[in-house]
Unconditional design. Structure first.
Length: 205
């Protein structure tokens, strides 16, 4: 019974295991409260093993966040291949909420504040990265309809930010199915986009 029960893995397998365990710990506790000791204990390894692979907590956190950002932006990126604005909006909302559903722990990590000194890990930076993709689609559509194309980046942030916040809300209200949530999102976003006026200040008192 006293035999060492640690599973022997290749270096790559061990690295993948540590990333998965660290993601769970960061999702539960946040970066500041998470410890190298807990990550190592859950993974069934000694602390030096984690330091060997990542150099410490900051190193493994950076890998976790980078992978989640890449996964999210890649899944949403395909939504912008369509030339029809409604399809773009619907596909982007579907992709974002699919990510939330399938990678809840990763999404929770992104929602938390990044530690000082680590760039690209904040939720705001993720929203910005995705919004930049949406912006390219909106610029063309704005120009065709006589809108000020310079306003497209602002609308892109509004759209992506709205879906992201709905995703955060959905984590705590899982009773609704993904398709139903997407339908509600589109009910607001598409009706709003379709009813945009070139001059939003016109008619204001």
């Amino acid at each position: 019974m006293g035999a060492d029960k640690r599973v022997r893995m290749s270096a790559e397998q061990r690295r993948e295991q540590l990333v998965g365990v660290a993601r769970s710990v960061f999702a539960e506790r946040g970066y500041e409260a998470a410890t190298v000791e807990e990550i190592a204990e859950r993974a069934g390894v000694s602390k030096p093993v984690l330091y060997q692979h990542f150099g410490g907590k900051e190193g493994v956190y950076a890998v976790v966040v980078d992978r989640e950002v890449r996964t999210l932006t890649a899944s949403i990126g395909t939504a912008f291949e369509s030339e029809r604005p409604r399809q773009v909006a619907e596909a982007a909302a579907e992709a974002f909420l699919t990510y939330v559903e399938e990678r809840e722990e990763g999404f929770r990590v992104l929602l938390r504040d990044a530690p000082i000194g680590i760039t690209g890990g904040s939720f705001a930076s993720v929203i910005t990265a995705v919004a930049e993709r949406a912006e390219r689609s909106l610029v063309a559509g704005f120009s065709e309809r006589g809108f000020d194309a310079e306003a497209a980046p602002m609308y892109a942030v509004m759209l992506v930010g709205a879906v992201a916040l709905v995703g955060e809300w959905w984590l705590e209200h899982p009773g609704l199915g993904r398709d139903e949530v997407v339908a509600h999102v589109m009910n607001l976003l598409w009706l709003g986009l379709r009813g945009l006026t070139p001059d939003p200040l016109e008619g204001r008192s």
